[in-house]
Design a protein around this ligand. Structure first.
Ligand SMILES: Cc1cc2nc3c(=O)[nH]c(=O)nc-3n(C[C@H](O)[C@H](O)[C@H](O)COP(=O)(O)O)c2cc1C
Length: 95
């Protein structure tokens, strides 16, 4: 069994990024969400894709983590987005 990677306990705002695979988040993202307790936290999904939007990802994530956490609608970036652009966006969200 794979080791747990992240220590989410200390974070209130959690960005979760992924490439769009077949119009949605890869299933490893769903597994990640199922593996931790996100109660009291805000999750911000973001993705890269060739052309698809972020779709129903936020709704699916909300269903997985339950109502104790808040999942924002998130944002799609074009594949190859620069680190600077991502950083600017995270700063806007994070305040
Ligand atoms: C298995 C697979 C499925 C994909 N499905 C989609 C898709 O449904 N819509 C889309 O716009 N791009 C799709 N892509 C393109 C990826 O979203 C794109 O390559 C990725 O966001 C680039 O991420 P990277 O910069 O981390 O490599 C797919 C790529 C792979 C490998």
């Amino acid at each position: 069994m794979a080791k747990k990677l992240a220590d989410v306990a200390g974070a209130l705002l959690i960005f979760i990024g992924f490439p769009v695979w077949w119009y949605r988040e890869p299933s490893v993202i769903d597994t990640f969400l199922e593996s931790y307790d996100f109660n009291g936290k805000t999750i911000v999904p973001f993705c890269t894709s060739g052309s698809s939007g972020i779709g129903q990802t936020a709704e699916r994530m909300q269903e997985i983590v339950g109502n104790g956490a808040k999942v924002l609608s998130g944002k799609r970036f074009v594949a190859g987005v620069t680190e600077d652009e991502l950083k600017r966006w995270t700063e806007e969200i994070g305040g």
